[in-house]
Write a protein that binds this ligand. Structure first.
Ligand SMILES: Nc1ncnc2c1ncn2[C@@H]1O[C@H](COP(=O)(O)OP(=O)(O)O)[C@@H](O)[C@H]1O
Ligand SMILES: [Mg+2]
Length: 267
């Protein structure tokens, strides 16, 4: 069933009645239990919630990386559920940017080649001025001809960030983008992501479990058990911690995919 709530024109990405169930029968897991959400154009939105609350699933379903069980997803006015595989691939290549915790760079390509890879695959020309502006912003000018193994973690994630931005996507989806970075590299990357929103009008949706990371967002959405349960506009570390504290009243053993990641600062 499709929800009839209209999608506001201010939304760059929206979901209505989004349900995602993994598996069948007794072993079925409902990762998303009916989500209505609008991600605002030209904003940095953070998604937070306990481990296993559905953050990554929401991002994957929004980005067409995973199929939905029911409900609809609209990206920049286009109904993702109505797209065939070819259209979905085109959407991902031309309208979306991705940054993951693992940097996902191609080891045999240089930094410059990794950055332009989405455009090269889509056989689209590289806007050199835009490329140079992004490379300067992430301070990779002297590292362009190095391969990922010759770069630090922070530099590799800046390459991934530049790669996400270079095609001028409608929206960038980032899942724990600073999860493998030290605090200084994290602050640099987040500052850059936020400036890409404030200065270039980029729209960014970012999953994080870290309250300090969430303070870079304009708005934070909170998930619990596959449902949207809260929202903070202009978050501070204190306001984020306060909501997380209420959600996390029964701390889980945290066996999800976040295991091995440092505990959130302030916990
Ligand atoms: N591929 C999958 N197969 C089965 N269950 C999954 C799969 N991916 C996620 N889940 C389950 O869905 C729920 C939400 O997971 P996830 O979206 O990864 O949470 P989060 O990112 O908030 O930690 C969890 O219970 C998780 O175990
Ligand atoms: Mg996750």
């Amino acid at each position: 069933m499709r929800s009839t709530t209209a999608i506001p024109s201010s939304a760059i990405a929206s979901a209505r009645g989004l349900v995602k169930t993994y598996g069948k029968g007794d072993t079925a897991v409902q990762a998303l239990a009916g989500i209505d959400v609008d991600f605002t154009r030209g904003e940095l939105t953070a998604i937070m919630g306990p481990s296993g609350s559905g953050k990554s699933t929401l991002m994957h379903c929004m980005a067409g990386l995973d199929t939905v069980t029911s409900g609809s997803v609209v990206i920049d006015g286009e109904d993702v559920g109505r797209m065939n595989q070819r259209q979905l691939t085109k959407l991902r290549r031309t309208r979306l940017g991705f940054i993951f915790q693992a940097f996902n760079l191609v080891p045999t390509l240089t930094a410059a080649e990794n950055i332009t890879l989405p455009l090269d695959i889509a056989r689209r020309p590289v806007d050199r001025a835009h490329f140079e502006a992004i490379v300067a912003a992430v301070r990779l000018e002297t590292r362009l001809h190095h391969r990922p193994s010759e770069l630090s973690g922070g530099q590799q994630q800046r390459v991934a960030c530049a790669r996400a931005l270079v095609a001028k996507p409608a929206v960038i989806f980032a899942d724990e983008p600073t999860g493998n970075l030290d605090s200084r590299s994290s602050a640099e990357l987040l500052g850059f992501l936020r400036r890409s929103v404030d200065d270039l009008g980029q729209s960014v949706v970012m999953v994080t479990h870290d309250p300090r990371v969430a303070t870079y967002a304009h708005r934070v959405l909170f998930l619990a058990d596959g449902r949207l349960v809260g929202e903070i506009i202009n978050p501070t570390q204190a306001s984020v911690l306060e909501v997380l504290g209420r959600l996390d009243a029964t701390p889980a053993t945290d066996a999800g995919d976040d295991s091995g990641v440092l505990a959130p600062i302030g916990f």
